[in-house]
Design a protein around this ligand. Structure first.
Ligand code: SAM
Length: 198
């Protein structure tokens, strides 16, 4: 069900934000960019935000000087993103599991990896590798704990995250995020990983 855009599209409404929407870029973005910058990512590089929703993280990256693509397969998410942030960002209507997208220099992934059904995670990691240039960076913000109800989101414990990424990525940083939104404090991990050369 969550593999279909209709499931997600139903959450996006002109008058209300979905429960996960923070109305601004995640505070983890700055920390991710510090690690990515140390790994050589510089303004002007191309960055894609898969599952961009209303586009706040894409806008945060654009403000830092990156060439940004916000990608989502839910049409109403992209309508809302374009209405908020205009056309200075490339808005791409596509399924992340598509065979050929990009390639980009980096991915900023915020609550997209954790939105996937667990049985699709390995394919998701393959898609991340496929859509990056060799040596490209995957920045991912994931929950390692989810309270309350069955997912999505689905928690990805640190060791699971490492095991999933390792076949295709060298992990440069994987630790608890230091500056989360108050509602998410203590539950978010930040991973910055480099795509291995083929
Ligand atoms: C939990 S929402 C997060 C949205 C945004 N990142 C945020 O934090 O506000 C997950 C988003 O991923 C999108 N999504 C899920 N599966 C996708 C896929 N296979 N391809 C493209 N987008 C997808 C959904 O449409 C939804 O907008």
């Amino acid at each position: 069900m969550t593999a279909h855009p209709d499931y997600w599209n139903a959450f996006y409404d002109d008058d209300a934000r979905p429960g996960w929407d923070m109305a601004r870029p995640t505070p983890v973005l700055a920390e991710a960019l510090t690690h990515a910058s140390a790994a050589g990512l510089a303004p002007g590089a191309s960055v894609v935000v898969p599952g961009c929703g209303f586009g706040h993280d894409a806008a945060g990256l654009e403000a830092e000087g990156f060439l940004v693509t916000g990608l989502d397969f839910a049409p109403r998410a992209l309508q809302g993103a374009r209405a908020r942030y205009g056309d200075r960002i490339i808005w791409s209507s596509a399924d992340w599991f598509s065979p050929a997208l990009g390639p980009w220099d980096a991915i900023f992934d915020h609550t997209c990896f954790v939105a996937m059904d667990p049985e699709r995670r390995r394919d998701y990691v393959e898609a991340c590798a496929r859509h990056l240039r060799p040596g490209g960076l995957w920045m991912a913000v994931v929950f390692d704990e989810v309270q309350g109800r069955p997912g999505p989101p689905h928690a990805i414990p640190l060791e699971t995250c490492r095991e999933l990424a390792l076949p295709r990525f060298e992990i440069l940083h994987l630790a608890r995020a230091s500056a989360s939104h108050p509602r998410r404090a203590g539950r978010e991990l930040l991973m910055v990983a480099r795509r291995r050369q083929d």
